[in-house]
Design a protein around this ligand. Structure first.
Ligand code: ADP
Ligand code: ZN
Length: 747
């Protein structure tokens, strides 16, 4: 309940609390008058729950409750609410829209590292030299009396202060030696909080604002106009790769700081590379907080407080950074706004781009959505007049966009057999090697070959727990399931007909790598996919040596498609475009177009013009042709028409109810039952339901999967009856029902 429901002179009598131990329920508690001043929406409280006490959050305040005999709030943890009331409103909105438990929404806006008790600041002991430490006589005396202490003191004096633990290590003394120095008055020891800075030890070159070109100036003006009005608004920044979008963000961020407000920059996790962080750090230095999934709990905790205390006023991070507790939000930038990874695939299944627009709306902030290939959704919002459009059609550095060549693989044969690499690509690589330029080869599939196939009976080994075929990984000699990680040795003979031979079908990154090494034995080749990049350091290491020119050919999956900037890369090869084109999903064309354009953007970022070679069996596919010509406008027009005609998003809301369970018949039966109930309660004028069907991947980790797809004019047209039906239906304990509003992935 918003605070406005209170009469002006009354203090809240009732707190509406979500309790840590319960799901999707808000409980009313009486507010004792002595706590009323300290209790706010967002406060962390202790309340009696059953026979014990529980921790909870206040999600609302009210003057009265529908329930009698309320128990009372016992304690308020902090004077300042842990969750800002504005963020709490966002959480409530999110829970409502995505039909998720309010508790899950609260958890989303408040990181576990902060919520959990016990994860506090790390306290450290620091040694500081005293005045006496500088006196020569005292020093000389110490040298005679206690040479080890003197040596330690020398080290301390070479700087200004030191962690006691560092001093002990550097001077090779014991803690007792340091305590001795303290006892004789040479140093002070104090406890202080050490910020665990995830960027510690890295240095950044400070950069100055560049002089903007006309397009950039116009784009920046649209954003700053909104900032100066201090009203909410959305600008879609559509700029080709290399057009200088980041420079526009940087200057808009500076303007935000200048007007006394704070900002959040979202980038897809995969693009949150040191290179990206460096560009923001280089401009804003210490005033920048970075949030990503590799942070330790302690680091996340410290960054969160640095933001909350206003020490860091710009936050850069992946999806969840949207909920950073900045004080006065002025600007949110969502870079690569078209990225599907902005959708969270667990409850609450929110879309960070859409939530960014909502947060901006609630807090009167500007939102900038940036992309070289804006999503259909955002473009439709521009056409509906909801977003303003700013375009950057030229590369900022006057470099030409790379030339894309499409090679029809149907004509590429060697001795009548299909080949992995077209002649053009092989010659292209050879040329780059002789010129000491670099090459990126992109393939959307890791592993060696896609799968094994018995040449006699056609049997394909499948995962015992999932309904997908296993991928062959040659180096490990293993078959692997890419959904659940199941691994097994390659069977000696076909389990179905006992034939002793296997045929290898399809291609993975591992096979590309070994073939390239055979074709170009002198080249330095590295593969980058989730098999080889198991730690973030491996990733940084490979990118570092690629940048230094220690690698000639980099082979990889999506991981290398995004955001990397390597001036010496002059050729990008897309090995098999078809893997991306023919996914059974209405967004596959859009995704393919975006991906090819992104990948192409990796080429020609330096002085030499870039070239892209795209290998495909369907060269006339509209997404391929549009990517080749860089024809975003034509592509998006067609795509919008297609969505409108077939009633796909954003002309409708696509909502998916997933049902999962170990017993196939039971899952199917429950799906049918749920469907019939939904049919009774939804209004068919504004919701169209499709009967339950097995999901495209019918089984994952021994769970059978069915789904019911709904298309609704407004989300609540579906979620309201849905909540009602679920409340009155008893589900079998082993069947899980998951709701996905505005589903991005339909698998
Ligand atoms: P995008 O984010 O659109 O891909 P970048 O911001 O990475 O583009 O810009 C591409 C290159 O152009 C970078 O090297 C950047 O420093 C440079 N650049 C951007 N704006 C300007 C400008 N106004 N003048 C000169 N160089 C610029
Ligand atoms: Zn599996």
């Amino acid at each position: 309940m918003p605070a406005s429901s209170l009469t002006p002179d009354s203090r809240p009598k009732v707190a509406r609390v979500v309790v840590d131990v319960s799901l999707d329920k808000v409980f009313d508690y009486a507010v004792p008058s002595e706590l009323a001043d300290r209790l706010h929406v967002g406060s962390q409280v202790t309340v009696p729950f059953g026979r014990r006490d529980a921790e909870g959050f206040v999600v609302g305040l009210a003057a009265s409750s529908a329930f009698a005999d309320l128990k009372s709030v016992k304690a308020v943890k902090d004077d300042r609410p842990l969750v800002d009331p504005k963020l709490m409103r966002l959480a409530e909105w999110m829970a409502g829209y995505y039909a998720a438990p309010i508790e899950a929404a609260v958890r989303t806006v408040l990181p576990g590292a902060v919520r959990r008790k016990g994860s506090g600041f790390r306290k450290q002991l620091f040694a500081y030299p005293t005045e006496k430490a500088g006196e020569e006589a005292a020093q000389a005396d110490l040298r005679k009396r206690a040479p080890r202490q003197a040596a330690a003191l020398d080290i301390l004096l070479s700087g200004s202060e030191m962690l006691v633990s560092d001093l002990v290590r550097a001077a090779r003394v014991t803690h007792a030696t340091v305590r001795g120095l303290e006892a004789s008055g040479f140093l002070r020891i104090e406890e202080s909080v050490l910020g665990r800075d995830p960027l510690a030890g890295q240095t950044f070159l400070r950069t100055k604002p560049l002089r903007l070109n006309e397009e950039q100036k116009a784009a920046l003006a649209k954003i700053t106009a909104g900032l100066d009005r201090e009203t909410a608004g959305v600008v879609l920044l559509h700029g080709v790769t290399g057009s200088g979008k980041t420079e526009v963000y940087l200057q808009a961020l500076q303007h935000t700081l200048d007007t006394g407000r704070d900002a959040i920059v979202l980038v897809p996790e995969i693009a949150l590379t040191p290179q990206t962080v460096e560009r923001f750090r280089g401009r804003f230095g210490e005033g920048l907080a970075v949030l990503h999934s590799h942070l330790s709990d302690g680091e996340r905790h410290d960054e969160w407080y640095r933001i909350r205390n206003g020490e860091a006023r710009i936050v850069v991070g992946a999806r969840s950074a949207l909920f950073a507790p900045v004080k006065r939000l002025g600007l949110i930038v969502v870079d690569e706004e078209h990225e599907g990874t902005y959708k969270q695939e667990e409850a609450p299944r929110y879309h960070a781009r859409d939530m960014a627009v909502m947060r901006g709306h609630l807090e009167g902030a500007m939102v900038v959505l940036g992309s070289a290939t804006p999503s259909v959704e955002s473009m439709v919002n521009v056409r509906r007049g909801k977003y303003e459009l700013a375009r950057l059609d030229l590369r900022a550095d006057d470099r030409r966009l790379p030339v894309m060549r499409v090679v029809d693989m149907k004509h590429e044969k060697y001795e009548g057999r299909p080949v992995l690499f077209s002649n053009d690509l092989v010659e292209g690589i050879r040329l780059r090697l002789t010129r000491a330029e670099q090459v990126i080869l992109f393939l959307n599939r890791r592993g060696y070959s896609h799968n094994l196939c018995c040449p006699e009976c056609g049997h394909i080994p499948e995962c015992p727990d999932c309904s997908v075929s296993l991928t062959f990984h040659k180096r490990l000699g293993y078959l692997r399931c890419h959904l659940c990680g199941h691994a097994e040795r390659v069977p000696e003979s076909c389990p179905s007909c006992s034939a002793k031979d296997w045929k290898y079908v399809g291609t993975g990154t591992e096979k590309i790598e070994s073939t390239i090494c055979k074709l170009f034995p002198q080249a330095r080749v590295k593969r980058m996919d989730s098999d080889t990049m198991t730690s973030k350091h491996a990733y940084q290491h490979v990118l570092g040596s690629f940048r230094k020119g220690e690698i000639d050919i980099l082979i990889g999956t999506q991981m290398i498609a995004k955001g990397l900037h390597f001036p010496n890369v002059t050729l990008v090869g897309v090995i098999n475009a078809d893997g991306t084109l023919h996914m059974p999903d209405f967004r596959s064309g859009e995704r393919a177009f975006q991906l090819f354009t992104q990948v192409a953007g990796r080429a020609g970022r330096g002085d030499v013009a870039g070239e892209v070679i795209l290998q495909t069996y369907t060269p006339t596919h509209p997404a391929v042709q549009a990517a080749r010509r860089g024809a975003y406008d034509t592509f998006i027009d067609q795509e919008i028409e297609f969505r409108r005609e077939l009633e796909y998003p954003p002309f409708t809301h696509m909502i998916c109810v997933h049902l999962r369970g170990p017993d196939e018949r039971q899952v199917e039966f429950t799906a049918e039952q749920l469907f019939r109930e939904l049919e009774r309660f939804v209004d068919e004028n504004n919701v169209r339901l499709a009967p339950p069907a097995a999901a495209a991947i019918a089984k994952i980790q021994r769970n059978f999967r069915f789904q019911i797809l709904a298309r609704a004019d407004r989300v609540s047209d579906f979620t309201r009856p849905y909540r009602h039906v679920l409340k009155h239906m008893t589900l079998p304990g082993k069947v899980q029902v998951i709701l996905d509003v505005d589903a991005v992935s339909l698998f």
